[in-house]
Design a protein around this ligand. Sequence first.
Ligand code: SAM
Length: 289
Amino acid sequence: MLIKDLENIFHETLDAIYGKQEVSSFFFLCTEAFFNITRLDLALNRIISITKAEQQPIFNALEALKNQKPIQYIIGETEFYGLPFKVNENTLIPRPETEELVQLIIDSNLERNEESQLSILDIGTGSGCIAISLAENIKNAQVYAMDVSAKAIEKAKENAVLNKVKVAFIEGSILEETQRNLLFKDLKFDAIVSNPPYVRNLEKAEIQNNVLNNEPHLALFVEDDNPLLFYKAITEFASKNLKPKGQLFFEINEYLGEETKALVDSFGFKNVELIKDMFGKDRMLKADI
Ligand SMILES: C[S@@+](CC[C@H](N)C(=O)[O-])C[C@H]1O[C@@H](n2cnc3c(N)ncnc32)[C@H](O)[C@@H]1O
């Protein structure tokens, strides 16, 4: 079969679900992942022959896309902050809004980069996207990353190797006070960052089915009656484990900006600031100890 015929099958099967442009982009990602044929190769020549044995993975991908499985899980990788990340069903697919959080941290720390080694902790690291991007872009930083999911930590470790950065990974729950005190005994940080689970069950109706059916609920959801439990535990922990002049950074639920700010204020943090994302929604919070 020729690659141009495969491309036609992709469009015939998927355009009605995703639209032509997105299907073209899926097709290029698949040919690159399965055949090592780039978008540029395809632009130059679509008369490439694919043997029957080689076709199986791309037909499996087509079937998965028909069932609305995210392309990132199908090809097993994505890009975040210009870096490659392996992902699977145990790790949330990193979002563009989170790239903005990384940018905010890099910008906030720039002045101090030359002075001394910064110590940074990422809580709920998932694929490791925040921790690894910071380790890559803040050269003198010692980065720690924790997650309750052993399987997520496994992927994050793979991603640190892939991106050739050093991150210390710690498995544990930030909600367990005794455990977190033990795990981080004697460790103090210049910056603590987290994009914790923050979607309330009542917001499930707004979540697309491809997210609901594929991404880990452990990474996404909190109970309606206690939506800020992660923010409370992390802020309490940060109030004790940040160095003087240390900073706290959160990605937040757009509907709970004022409540999250009030919570962080109540722990005595200064300059507590809500920051909007590219869509104009309250998405980040920054505070000084
Ligand atoms: C919204 S995801 C963020 C993942 C990644 N940092 C990102 O920005 O794409 C939240 C992460 O918190 C982790 N998590 C859930 N409960 C936790 C707990 N009790 N302690 C530590 N991490 C937890 C989940 O496994 C998940 O990886």
